[in-house]
Write a new protein. Sequence first.
Length: 574
Amino acid sequence: MFLKTKVEKFRLGDILVQQKLITPDELRTSLEEQQRSGRRLGRVLVERGLLTEEQIAQALAGQLKIPYVNLKYHQINAQVVQRLPETQARRWRALALEDRGNRTLIGMADPTDLFAFDEITRLLRRDIDLAVVCEGVLLQAIDRVYRRTDEIKGLAQELTAEVSDNAVDFGIVAGAQQGGEEAPVARLLQSIFEDALKILASDIHIEPQESKLQIRFRIDGVLHLQTEADVRIAQTLVLRLKLVSGLDISEKRLPQDGRFNVRAGNQAIDVRISTMPTQYGESVVMRLLNQKTELLRLERIGMPPQMLQRFRRALQQASGMVLVTGPTGSGKTTTLYAALSEVSTIGNKVITVEDPVEYRLPGINQVQVNEKIDLTFSRVLRAALRQDPDIILVGEIRDQDTAEIALRAAVTGHLVLSTLHTNDAASTPVRLLDMGIPAFMIASSLRVVMAQRLVRLVCETCAVPYTPKPHEEDWMRQSLGEGMEAPRYVHGQGCSHCNGTGHQGRIGVYEMLEMTPILVESATRKDVHQFVQLANQQLGSHTLRHHAAELVVRGRATVTDAMRVSDEMDLGIA
């Protein structure tokens, strides 16, 4: 018989009232809501804003005299976690946290669940100690630590056994209508998608090499190897992906683009696929767009408070153009949609012209560009202007025609939001001049240019101080000046929370240029050198480089990442 730290059954509501975290009246109304909705009492209290998950967990821990563990800052051991299978971990809202010799520490969202406690004890066949954890953070940790790496390797090996050296069995890649969802290729791709979503990957790269197939995920802007497999399965994977995305499976010599939807877990994902012929086969890149991704508010994307105030003031104008610039993957669309969510009201008609539509925002009219049927940015934009819009979002200004129509719309009483590929704010009006846009149109239409990049954040769980190298200290002094605040140099060692990368999440760095009368006059004269000089004077120290260096000072980013952002700007990477 196993010894165990077993707890008595308590009523959560009584504990919270006893500790004066809620009143008896609040408990009564919450219990009534619980009976109506069927949700747990703790969830009802959180949704009503009466308590946070952490307050509930700490109250339980105090009453039961067991520890509270904040999983955000707990180093999770991947080997210990695997002792409790994922299915049981999700079912019982539990996670194996520590090996204590002949005992195991188990974190539970509800340690008063005696049935779950007994089942975990029986499954582990050893003594267990309990700790209280927040349910929301627990579910995030389960998503993160139960990776599909071993499963993916196993499925890849199973698929290799079914594929011969010289031929592809089309039965293997048959569509789901014929029961193909049980085929190894279908299960392999499903596992790849589910694993990518668990670690918040933005892209999946399937790349055939001379002697192996390489599968990589892009996480926080950087590619990481997921697995390597036999190169013989590459053609089978590509065929399956072409079938589900409606591409021509007989064409292997030319690049192709398509899209399809996939459900992984409880998430619906819009997948944009691009194929390209390479020396050893077709390379595939898939961009994952989560249809349920929550839009960020402007105050949460990292813009400095004073800049945010000026940006919001520009968004309140009835007409004019607001441009967000930067390379691909720098968060421009996120910034535009955060802005759009603030100006989109029942009194405004909003039309977006995009390729692709990355976010779905209720109450606005979104149009997907389709070059194959000549549904181009310029064509849709012309049609949009006949739809009596107040605000227009143009996903990207790619050519002179689109730029002229958008700027004309900004002159004629519309607020136009768009993006452009330039390196910094000062060079953006110059880029429009290079595209052949008349100077007077730029001067009269353009209100604000926001340049941005994304910097990876240091993982809070495994962040440790480190001594910077001499060239890093020199870069910081050049960026902030000799009188700079003493930086808090940190980097992440790598842990289960950040998948061993040392980074978790990204934040924007910004610089903002307003078209003042002086800049308007300079733009009208087409004096490029003077315009850039005046623009840089307006920016002063509030540049992308300065903002990135400030994140280093605050211990939120590494000097390496801040320098990388600066290099992208200086070298003109777009």
